[in-house]
Design a protein around this ligand. Sequence first.
Ligand SMILES: C[N+](C)(C)CCCC[C@H](N)C(=O)O
Ligand SMILES: O=C(O)CCC(=O)C(=O)O
Length: 387
Amino acid sequence: MAELRRYRQGSGAPAATLESVTQQARRLTLNWSDGRAGQFPLMWLRDHCACDQCRHPLTRERLYKLLDDPLWERLDGGDALASFEFDASALTLTWRDGHVSRFDAGWLYQRCPGQELATLLPTPTPWPTHFTPSHVSHADFIDGSDGRSRWATALLRDGLVILDQGPCELEEVSRIAESIGPMRSTNFGARFDVRSVPNPNNAAYTAIGLELHTDLPNWRQPPDIQLLYCLENDAEGGESSFADGFAAAETLRAENPEAFRVLSETLIDFRFQDDGHDIAVREPVLDLDESGNPREIRFNNWIRDTLSLPPDRIEAWYDAYRALWQILRRPEGRVELTLEPGQMVAFDNRRVLHGRNAFDPNTGKRHLQGTYLDLDMLQSHLRVLSR
Ligand SMILES: C[N+](C)(C)CCCC[C@H](N)C(=O)O
Ligand SMILES: O=C(O)CCC(=O)C(=O)O
């Protein structure tokens, strides 16, 4: 069964064993010793055969093509299956053409159609009021899988995690990022320096305060994860703040459902322009998933473009936007901290907003290095660490 284990998700086989199997037309019903019953369409079973002909022996990717199999030319019932046998831990099917498929009972138990598949990933959880983010030391992160797992778990769950006591070395942020996945490039490069420069092309490269925002809402797919690594921070000011956009959206929905509706249903324009770029998109401030829960927030006051709505919708949109903005500013919903040299914040840029107070470049230096990562790479990293 080694070949089946290769693509099994989750850990270990369940305690329950297979007790009975019956066929009804184009399905098998499987009953386990703990009372669970599962209905498996024959086509599903044939499609998930894990033998070396049906899955590539090395990559374990599917080779079997349902569409090319003469077995399904007549979709008239159960005649695809010639016979089946089972014991407590396995089910063996012999198909009409003589092909044999063997399934581990535990593997099937975890995949009963209609049942949520177990995931190794933590569920994103909105911040309670006065939320305190998790900290992981740089040494624990570098040394072993435990520190990395704690870091990635907190980031996926809370959308924010802090790494402490790293070296004050240029490019440490790139090394950290690349140990997880390729850095996600944007018009600001793959890795960027946040400091006050003479000819800035965006507000982050000045010394002004930055209201809570998400980065690059003017892209169809804004960067998922942002890493900001502090190298120097001895200028006066420059304190950081963060707020959970999903928690704020939920508060808005509870307090002002109409504002929530307006922000999720109205598409507005976001646009960034400099000498070489003009990147623009039309999207809502709150993007909801199929269940109506916030999936993404786009909030960035300085690159919000001209509001082009019919006049009778403009006031309502501004009222809704101001209501959300007010919630985001509430102290009980914000995390405030002063980044120390060697500290790195990582956050979900499509959920958690970040900002900073103005700083005075005449009183000292402030320098952060940052980059972005795709969420896919962070999730992959945690799954691999859990193997
Ligand atoms: C930090 N870094 C400069 C890379 C990005 C800042 C982006 C913030 C905002 N979306 C904007 O385009 O102005
Ligand atoms: O300077 C900071 O602390 C934050 C910079 C920022 O908001 C950004 O890079 O997008």
